[in-house]
Design a protein around this ligand. Structure first.
Ligand code: NAD
Ligand code: ZN
Length: 360
């Protein structure tokens, strides 16, 4: 096997290095993957810039990256679901499988979750990576590796729409047109939403949302009062949104989410901003607006894959930039500053399209 295991390792704030690492040994239930591509997520950039997210602190070198796809090059002796050569999307969090949350299927709440590139656990922006075989999803031949990597953010969108009970005829408000807001838009459409309004501070991102099928967009600006913005949103949805999904997490957006939602409707909070927010809770209480959290996803990867494989969701439209793993620093800079209207930046660990049956 090749000796090259070039790996992107975050040593601390503003200190991301490429270095050679040993090729990992696998256990009986794992597979060794030759990594194909890894998308950059806002959290990867956050760890680079701040060295922490809440209580998760980078205090020893950590391999970055968790939105990934690879090809199986070796199987542990207990592995039955995969064979060498299979192209897979990698669900990056492996739970304990034993605790009360795992047992009821809400494994995203497992306190012992080992999640790629959430300290202290390594991620997978590397050439060779080992992973639990049952958290790898075999891609059909017509699905590209990049689409496989995109199943990670797409699964967040699936989980958010499920938590909001989006269905036929839902009138959905999405706050935030970053990658997460946009995948939520794509999933809400595929689940049958009849009207979708999306908001953002950036007109460029709203234009992308419009091109992806958002019915209406609302530019958030300091020149409008909260009340005016609520009126503007409700003017576009005469019955007010019945499902609102906050994909920003700023205090101002969570406030807007509650105030804009129809009585009896539901607000789902995906965006993670400051630890505490001042919110109009009595307004939500007196109008029976439910407020629900979202933490990553659970049992959503296969649905995300089905949406892509069936053509119901065209996730590849979110990818704006491509870089080779040797250009990781440039890739992070592009994602961090949104250069060239960057939305999703993809890093390739192999020559592009090496493992695709059609060009991406
Ligand atoms: P992003 O920063 O790329 O997108 C956020 C968007 O919100 C941007 O387009 C920005 O212009 C807009 N925005 C920011 N502040 C705003 C404000 N005050 N009013 C209106 N718009 C505003 O991030 P992303 O990758 O799309 O992720 C969105 C959020 O979801 C982040 O907070 C991230 O941490 C969170 N997230 C949560 C989960 C989860 O499991 N709950 C999973 C993934 C991401
Ligand atoms: Zn568990």
């Amino acid at each position: 096997m090749a000796k090259d295991n070039l790996t992107a390792v975050l040593y601390g704030v503003e200190d991301l290095r490429l270095e050679q690492r040993p090729i990992p040994e696998i256990s009986d239930n794992e597979v060794l993957l030759e990594m194909d591509c890894v998308g950059i997520c806002g959290s990867d950039v956050h760890y680079l810039v701040h060295g922490r997210i809440g209580d998760f602190v980078v205090n020893k070198p950590m391999i970055i990256g968790h939105e990934a796809a690879g090809v199986v090059v070796k199987c542990g002796k207990n592995v039955k679901n995969l064979v060498v050569g299979d192209r897979v999307a990698i669900e990056p969090g492996v739970p304990c499988r034993l605790c009360q949350f795992c047992k009821i299927g809400k494994y995203n709440l497992c306190p012992d979750m080992v999640f790629c590139a959430t300290p202290p656990y390594d991620g997978n922006l590397t050439k060779y990576y080992r992973h639990a075989a049952d958290f790898c999803f075999k891609l059909p031949p017509h699905v590209t590796m990049e689409e496989g990597a995109l199943l990670e953010p797409l699964s967040v969108g699936v989980h958010a729409c499920r938590r909001a009970d989006v269905g036929l005829g839902s009138e959905v408000l999405i706050l935030g047109a970053g990658p997460i807001g946009l995948v939520t838009l794509l999933v809400a459409q595929s689940m049958g939403a009849s009207n979708i309004v999306i908001t953002d501070l950036s007109q460029n991102r709203l234009d992308v949302a419009k091109s992806l099928g958002a019915m209406h967009t609302v530019l958030i600006s300091k020149d409008k009062t909260e009340e005016q913005t609520v009126k503007e949103i409700q003017g576009l949805m005469p019955n007010s949104p019945d499902k609102t999904i906050d994909c920003c997490g700023a205090e101002s957006t969570t406030r807007l989410a509650i105030l804009s939602t129809r009585s009896g409707g539901c607000v789902v909070i995906v965006g993670m901003g400051g630890n505490e927010s001042k919110l109009p809770l009595i307004n939500a209480c007196a109008r029976e607006v439910d407020i629900r959290g979202v933490f990553r996803y659970c049992n959503d990867y296969s649905t995300a894959l089905a949406l892509v494989a069936s053509g119901k969701v065209d996730a590849k439209r979110l990818v704006t930039h491509h870089f080779d793993i040797t250009e990781t620093a440039k890739a992070f800079e592009t994602s961090r500053y949104g250069h060239g209207g960057a939305i999703k930046v993809m890093i390739h660990c192999q020559p592009r399209d090496k493992n695709n049956n059609k060009p991406f």
